[in-house]
Design a protein around this ligand. Sequence first.
Ligand code: ARG
Length: 445
Amino acid sequence: MREINASIPFDKALWRQDIAGSRAHVAMLAAQGIVSPEDARAIDEGLQSIAAEYERDGVPEDWDLEDIHMTVESRLAELVGPVAGRLHTARSRNDQVATDFKLWMREAMLRAEAGIESLQRALVMRAEEHADTIMPGFTHLQTAQPVTLGHHLLAYYEMTRRDRSRFADARARMDECPLGSAALAGTGFPIDREATAKALGFARPTRNSLDAVSDRDFAMDYLAAASQCAIHLSRLAEELIIWASQPFGFVRMPDTLSTGSSIMPQKKNPDAAELVRGHAGRIIGCATALMVTMKGLPLAYSKDMQDDKPPVFEAAGLLDLCLAAAAGMIADSRFEVTRMRQAAELGYATATDLADWLVREADIPFREAHHITGAAVRLAESRGVALDALSLDELTAIDARIEQRVFAALSVDASVAARASYGGTAPDQVRQRVAEARSELGIDE
Ligand code: ARG
């Protein structure tokens, strides 16, 4: 029982929140005349000394004391005597743990938001630098149309913008303090829940005591947002891994975020990116773990809920690392612009531009233009040359309506410049989006 019951090995991470919650609670008990001012002062001083002890020496792990709440309370009794027993008036470990966990979760959400912001700054700076850099854009990982690297990087800016708002939403939604809900039904003591809510930085107290001690939505909101964010980071990581491979050669990852091989001297492995890709699986696993734990639990508190903390702590540690690694990789990678451009020029990436030209300049229906272009691509392929290396005679033999000026449309530069629709890849569009992002992030000129 001792072993299965103890949560102190992991919930000791909540010690700061637990002490903050107790200090707010005892101050309120004194203000309401539920404990005397002298007793409240003794308790508060005791709690402050415990905080100093834990800061210095860490939290002792005694399984007989079960969890962080009992650990703090028993140390308080050692320090201030039987008066310590007055602290637990009008509360229960059930509202206490819900409050502690929310306070911890709020910090984790703010940390995630800050980590995302660092990544966003790196993305936007590199996008600005590479607004004109041409690379192949892919669908099905097959060369599709030329795009700019700046545009590609800003795609991740958009994803992370949504991620950041998910954490901010979750933080706003959980802004209600459970303390004072007591075991499940509230309390007969004349407590002031507004006061403790305010003291702990919550907008207001929770409105239903049964819900308050049973609610772990905020942890699942965090894990869902973390999973979504980790999924985005894993896609970024996967692209960097592909781009860093020798056949691609689009990027040189920073040495600080790569490793060598113990046997192959030429190797430089993108381990940080691979771990970001891999950690997404673990974070999703954590989200799944808590959802399955919560599913079907009757109201109010059940001890199953003690298992809420390990997956959240694990996921938060992993997400913080993934965000830091992703920001470092984006900030410090060297993009091989020549190689990217060459790759865009191969692979008939401007075939759509030929078709578009036929529609625009020769008034040919798009489906027919697509067909004519297919013939041109097949000819170029059979000769092993790029589209714009075909002669005008060869092109007019395919369709007589093609003219010399088509060649101006067939370069990769002309192709990206032409895609100037709102949100398109044209360098001008990228620069406009960069300017918006810079102002969203408060980056000065
Ligand atoms: N260690 C417990 C948890 O983390 C605290 C709440 C225990 N409450 C109880 N009635 N046993 O969930």
